[in-house]
Design a protein around this ligand. Sequence first.
Ligand SMILES: [Zn+2]
Length: 71
Amino acid sequence: MGLGFGAGLILSFIMTLYAGYAFYNLVKCPACGGRLNRFKNGKRVPKKQAFKQLEAGNRCRHCGWGPTVGG
Ligand SMILES: [Zn+2]
């Protein structure tokens, strides 16, 4: 009783953690390998801001590479 519910909660908790981890550690610049959702000092970019930047196709803050620049 309630086991499925509890497991679902734990699973969604893990997924949230993993999504956060992936968002900040696995979204990398193809040119320099810099993490796009982190500032140069390694701090996390707030998700709202990060999404806006990704949407706008902003250049990599580490090396200046940008998807709209073609290089
Ligand atoms: Zn880069």
